[in-house]
Design a protein around this ligand. Structure first.
Ligand code: PMT
Length: 221
């Protein structure tokens, strides 16, 4: 249907959750499986784009025809994204990035000697915010995973992070969010327009997001 409409375009997709080690056997993580990001990477490659998928730990196999860079922590994801950012046309950040990491990583497995254990967390860099500051020609598409005030928080992210579009999902809805094959999203544009989509497969959601990206790319050239 859409042939090779993205041929010649370079796209970074980030997917899955980052993990922050606590000690050699434990980490802080989240529920992201990578399904949404991998569907986007696959769909972009099918349209002829040259895709780099930067993925946190995920059990999904590498999609064919795509350069896949596997990372673990937010710092590693940041480094991998920044290494390619200047040369790409579009970045889609579907990854669920850990906002905090342990201030210290214990060198040995922490023993359960005490009744309470306090782990001091420090803030991670916000990769998307940084891209928003650095962007020149690139289109930046963010996701917003919310449990309340979906549109308000998503709009705030669009503005603060200098995005071209934000895909908001209420992760408390059955049929939406983490580790399932469907999603329910609202796509928020810079001009304030909101497209409210019904429950669709993540593959279908990916196609619609790419339709919107294609429209933006055609407008900007
Ligand atoms: O992987 P699945 O199981 O298929 O689940 C899909 C999903 C729910 C993870 C996906 O649809 C989704 O919503 N991804 C974004 C999750 C998230 O981290 O949202 P956020 O609202 O916390 O972050 C907003 C945006 O900033 C995101 O694009 C995120 O990648 C980016 N971010 C956030 C924090 C940070 N330190 N750096 C970032 O770049």
């Amino acid at each position: 249907r859409v042939g090779q409409q993205l041929s010649g375009k370079r796209i970074i997709v980030t997917a899955a959750g980052t993990r922050e080690p606590i000690d050699p056997v434990r980490y802080i993580g989240n529920r992201s499986s990578g399904k949404m990001g991998y569907a986007l990477a696959r769909a972009a490659a099918m349209r002829g784009a040259q895709v780099t998928l930067i993925s946190g730990p995920s059990s999904l196999p590498n999609p064919p025809g795509i350069i896949v860079k596997r990372v673990e922590t937010t710092a590693e994801m940041r480094e991998a994204v920044l290494a390619e950012f200047d040369t790409v046309d579009v970045v889609i950040k579907a990854a669920a990035v850990a906002d905090y990491r342990p201030a210290l990583i214990a060198g040995q497995k922490i023993k359960k000697d005490d009744d309470n254990l306090t782990i001091n967390l420090v803030k991670n860099p916000d990769i998307l915010y940084e891209l928003g500051q650095r962007k020149k020609h690139q289109l930046l598409i963010g996701f917003a995973a919310e449990t309340n005030e979906l549109l308000a928080y998503a709009r705030e992210k669009l503005t603060k992070k200098n995005l071209d579009m934000v895909v908001a999902n209420d992760v408390t809805l059955p049929g939406a969010g983490f580790n399932i094959d469907t999603n329910i999203v609202k796509i928020i544009h810079k001009d304030g327009q909101v497209d409210e989509l019904p429950e669709l497969t993540k593959a279908q959601v990916a196609e619609i997001i790419l339709d919107k990206i294609y429209t933006l790319l055609t407008k900007s050239t």
